[in-house]
Design a protein around this ligand. Structure first.
Ligand SMILES: [Zn+2]
Length: 392
């Protein structure tokens, strides 16, 4: 077996021993020690802007940060939003109080965990919002380093994906993997109907039979041919038509739906995949019953969080461009508006008359575990509730 380092991945131990830090933190730590500086600080995480200037994003990746700090047994206090909570540009999503020297080298992995997970959850949530109640599957593992697949799939689920395709991810998350069939199966069996029958016979009735109908012929005629051959056994058809052959995908789907209905195949669902984003999902909604989304979710732009000191030994101080002092994020349960508020100021009224509520929770209290992270399914349910309060 070749050396695993050929994959160029750092191990969990590398993260915990601080090896995945930026060198300037290691050098800072050396200088602080040499000068005998061991100050207690409050540092907070927020993003000045959101990816693609979207109005909201979904907070994710906290479980990774807590797992890291749990194992390190650092004497810190950590407040944060629940994973799956909607936030905006400038909102404080997490704050840490403790000795700077204890956690400074972990800034790099902490931000990396949050930035990428939140980017993926946000992209998935936007697709979820666009798709409404239609099925949304995350198919983008193949666009990313395979060692990241379970992380990508977890955060796609948190954002609202109904299913994930990678076997290892499904095992880790305790979910059943979802998928249809690749073009290779139809090419190797030589015909769409033959391949779909083989799928039904070999894979069995527990797995929904969704036939890929764009490999060798016209989408409409292949869909009808498979529907006639399989009848009620056919759950759906998937269209993954290459761009060079697409023409007007909306018109193709509309025609397919018409012909399937006309021929008594109203039960056959139409799935679409292939380079989809939330805009295309919205435009295909009149005909599609489900979507397989790849790159848009797995290669989502990250949320550019930064970590900044806002207090040193109780004195409120921050760099240029940031507000000093420990903060909480308050939100109005009635109109959903949010704002950062000084930590010790008592709760205030919203312009709409509602009482603003602190939505930070204490996940670590002086080194001891506080609120526990819920399961992926519970976090996903929280995200879906949050999404009802925002527009795409
Ligand atoms: Zn309000």
């Amino acid at each position: 077996m070749r050396d695993i380092n050929a994959f160029h991945i750092a191990s969990a131990d590398d993260v915990l021993t601080g090896k995945t830090t930026d060198i300037y933190f290691e050098r800072t730590l050396r200088i602080l020690k040499k000068r005998g500086i061991d100050s207690r600080v409050v540092a907070e995480v927020r993003a000045k802007e959101l990816p693609l200037n979207h109005p909201w994003a979904v907070f994710a990746g906290l479980e990774y940060v807590l797992s890291m700090f749990d194992r390190l047994r650092l004497n810190i206090t950590l407040d944060a939003l629940d994973e799956g909570t909607i936030f905006g540009a400038g909102d404080v999503v997490l704050s840490i109080a403790g000795r700077y020297a204890d956690f400074c080298v972990y800034e790099t992995p902490l931000l990396g965990f949050l930035c990428q997970a939140s980017g993926i959850a946000t992209a998935a949530a936007r697709c979820r919002k666009a798709a409404g109640n239609r099925e949304l599957l995350s198919f983008g593992a193949r666009r990313m380093h395979p060692c990241l697949a379970p992380m990508i799939d977890r955060n796609a689920c948190i954002g609202g994906a109904d299913g994930i395709s990678v076997v290892a991810s499904a095992e880790m998350l305790g979910l059943g993997p979802s998928g249809t069939m690749p073009h290779a199966l139809i090419l190797l069996l030589g015909d769409t109907v033959t391949a779909t029958r083989a799928f039904r016979e070999v894979i069995g009735k527990k797995v929904k039979c969704v036939s890929l109908i764009d490999t060798l012929g016209d989408e409409k005629f292949e869909a009808l041919r498979v529907a006639r051959a399989l009848g009620k056994e056919l759950y759906g058809v998937r269209v993954d038509t290459p761009k060079s052959r697409r023409g007007d995908l909306r018109a193709i789907l509309s025609e397919m739906r018409w012909e399937l209905d006309l021929n008594g195949f109203k039960h056959v669902r139409i799935y679409v995949s292939g380079g989809l984003d939330e805009g295309q999902i919205t435009s295909l909604n009149p005909w599609a019953d489900g979507y397989g989304v790849g790159t848009r979710i797995s290669n989502a732009p990250v949320v550019d969080f930064s970590l900044d000191i806002v207090e040193i030994e109780g004195s409120q101080i921050a760099k240029r461009g940031k507000e000093a002092g420990a903060k909480k994020l308050v939100r109005c349960p009635q109109c959903f508006s949010r704002r950062n508020a000084p930590l010790h100021v008592t709760l205030s009224r919203c312009a709409c008359g509602g009482v603003m509520k602190n939505i930070h929770k204490r996940f670590i209290s002086q080194g001891r575990a506080g609120v526990k992270i819920p399961s992926v399914t519970q976090i996903r349910a929280h995200t879906l509730r949050e999404l009802r309060r925002v527009e795409l």
